[in-house]
Design a protein around this ligand. Structure first.
Ligand code: SF4
Ligand code: SF4
Length: 91
């Protein structure tokens, strides 16, 4: 996959083309992403990279993880430049 230099290099749409609502993917997740809103810049990069379209937004533009569909792959945490997403082990 081509590396990107700045957020403007990314496409407007997320990488996922099939909505997660088609398949519940959360049953086998071992780690879940937890967002620290104090560090989040609302850049939407996590939404763009999520392969399962499992990230939505609240009324003021912060990302919200849709845990019924998030598989815990940690791609969002890896791509979040401010490191606002921590992967926390499921109980
Ligand atoms: S990538 Fe990080 S900073 Fe950007 S919207 Fe997602 S959580 Fe916030
Ligand atoms: S952990 Fe993976 S599936 Fe879950 S929100 Fe992040 S990128 Fe999407």
């Amino acid at each position: 996959m081509k590396q990107y230099e700045v957020e403007e290099d990314l496409p407007e749409a997320p990488i996922a083309t099939t909505p997660s609502d088609v398949i519940h993917t959360a049953s086998w997740r071992t780690f879940r992403p937890v967002i620290d809103l104090k560090l989040c810049t609302k850049c939407n990069v996590c939404w763009k990279f999520c392969p399962d379209d499992a990230i939505g937004f609240d009324g003021v533009g912060f990302p919200v993880i849709r845990l019924d569909y998030c598989k815990g792959c940690a791609i969002c945490a890896e791509e979040c430049k401010p490191k606002a997403i921590a992967m926390v082990k499921e109980e």
